[in-house]
Design a protein around this ligand. Sequence first.
Ligand code: SAM
Length: 457
Amino acid sequence: LKIPAAFIKQMTGAPGWREADFCALLESGEQVQSIRMNQRKMSDPDQLNFKERSAVPWASAGFYLPERPKYTLDPLLHAGAYYVQEASSMFLEQAIHQLLSQKNGLRVLDLCAAPGGKSTHLRSLFPDDTVLVSNEVIKSRVTILEENLLKWGNSHQIITNNDPRDFRKADLLFDVIVVDAPCSGSGLFRRDPKAMEEWSEELVELCGQRQKRILADIWPCLKENGWLIYSTCSYSMQEDESIVDWVLSGFEAGTAKLQLDPSWNVIESESPVKKGLGYRLYPDRLMGEGFFLAAFQKGGETEKKQIRKNRVKLEKATKQQIEDIREWVKPGLSGFYMLNDVMVGMGEPVLELLGDLSPLYIRRAGVTLGKWAGKQLLPDHALALSQDLSAAISRIELQDTTALQYLRKEEIHLDSAKPGWNLVTYKGLGLGWMKVLPNRSNNYYPKEWRILMQSGR
Ligand code: SAM
């Protein structure tokens, strides 16, 4: 596959661009593998099934792996112990840590969130009293976002399915907005050669227009002094520095200067007109794909929004329902509500923010706990993966082979297990539910999530 000539031509003069090194790297076929660990589920990286690994220097839970494992056949992936993420994207952590000295009690929006790489990362970077809203406009992509966030297991979040402009209708402002914009994808040329076939100058132009539209739509939802972090996986200045210029020309804003460790080889760039700062990551300079990030702080006064009265209305769970659920959840979870006959649990900050989101299409809020069939509680799969699940729940620990059988939704024969609902675990982490009956057990792993890949490790 050939790097498009028009791309090379367009890149001439771009900050940090080294044509010969870049082309040689792509030709070498060298690839980089990386994951980001879920430290709330797994504190010791030695518990991972990857013995050889090295740290991603700009991300506290990021690790490089020497080669691509069969991730699908690792039960820990399905337990949400880690997320497979390209290392350069993890640079977002530097912006969050360096720009926000105070991370408590915030409202964070990840506007272009599917499949959830930045959202799972953001969720790990903030304490639980900060609420994360993960939004994805394309309906078919919300499913994978939901799956990845459920596996990550944090309940202090809301998943929405809206166009960026819809957020203007909501009565709320965010402290931090992340716009990981849809782009022409040149940053993925090395990993995904198809991106080279699809690349064109017209695509870059189109993406630039769309990026401006998204930013203009969401800018009014940012608090005064709040941060909007913009990123792309494109090398094109039209989608990077030119966008920085466009924001600085149109809005009252300034860009952030981040401290860079020289050994990272991240390039600081200046936008041509307004001299706004941005950060470029190139695969021929560091271990990661192409990535660009700039952070804007909002100046000036934010237009005060009209307070709406029609807040999202939630039905409170009954006393009996709350009593039934108590033994299943940790004490920290305070609010129990019914949404279409399903019980959800959430803390006060999520509940508050949910009310303000009323004009939006809300896919999930907090953690889905379960529903009742007559008097019987059927625990939800989300609860099995949740960090709010009670430690007292009966568990069945599975080893590699049986864990994979479980994840394939096969029947599992157990010699001894407590009758009733059991949490199936692997290395102590929840994978899903199993109901043990007198002479068999029912595998409750969600059909649509079951793994189809055969062959052992
Ligand atoms: N942040 C994600 C992550 O880290 O896993 C990747 C996001 S991807 C680069 C961009 C996302 O923007 C896609 O999920 C895409 O569906 C969505 N998107 C496409 N058009 C959009 C639009 N007009 N407004 C907002 N989002 C859009």
